[in-house]
Design a protein around this ligand. Sequence first.
Ligand code: NAD
Ligand code: AKB
Length: 313
Amino acid sequence: MEKILVTGATGQVGSELTIALRNNYGPENVFAADKRPALNELSPSGPFCLLDVRDASAINQVVDANNIDAIFHLAALLSAVAEQKPQQAWDVNMNGLLNVLETCRAHRCALFFPSSIAAFGPETPSMNTPQDTIQRPSTLYGITKVSGELLCDYYHHRFGVDARGLRYPGLISSKTLPGGGTTDYAVDIFYAALKSQHYDCFLRADTQLDMMYMPDAIDAAIHLMTADSKQLKHRNAFNVTAMSFTPQQLAAEIQKHIPEFTIAYIVDPLRQAIADSWPRHMNDSAAKAEWGWQAQFDLSAMVTDMLKKITLT
Ligand code: NAD
Ligand code: AKB
């Protein structure tokens, strides 16, 4: 990777991944793009352009003009928003990916595509979820993720596109707020704990979900994209995990730092149903065996670091 394009760069993942890539590959070599303007350090720290991934010729133009050889394609609508706007979610998540894959084919770019625990469904084993197992998601978002995994594999086998992907769990981060997912509670809770020492959680107390802290998620994406291609049997996409907890367990961990913190449960049926259909903890042995994946942050280390970082901002 020498010249990199990041789509959806102003989002929760992109705002941190772009900066990490700029630190590794040089600020001038990492082009950030999003359909909305950059409000944070993305624009001053390197090139930024407005780009809607539904516009195939605009993607081609950016890639052509800047000699891009790798695309981290993050632009998408997440699970809760996708249930509110299913047609738009299909358009952005599927047509956007198809446009990016076609550009990769034409310009011989490598591709990173983030899939999700959402690619699994209620019939999938929810504990120790295998790498290869039943994938019948019940959400529109999940359907676009399974289809995306298959489309990336197809472009690899049929056209030789070096497409690689991860099935991320819910991601927790301190820099940019999440963009409308089901696991967002695990970020919102920190801001509420620091501001008002109370949080009304939209999931049940015992809803166990797979989770990861953003530094591990960024490390996993870059690590996978620089791994030896010949070692990758499961290209699209690898299960990766770091921790697994319920809202009750996360609240208890926060109370170790803020004893007066309280939590109440005001369940949102839509997001609860989505969460109930997802894995509680994935098996990531294929990622460990094929490219040496290892998470650094567990629940306790993540909570300590989150509270420190948010307090400082
Ligand atoms: P986000 O919602 O924070 O950011 C998505 C970005 O895509 C936004 O900046 C948005 O403006 C942009 N976007 C939306 N429609 C667009 C379009 N038509 N053209 C260009 N840009 C558009 O999401 P995120 O959390 O940063 O997620 C990034 C990727 O990682 C997504 O593919 C998501 O499915 C995947 N993922 C995220 C998580 C998580 O917990 N955050 C977990 C699993 C997978
Ligand atoms: C969401 O909740 O939609 C995302 C995800 C797990 O893909 N955070």
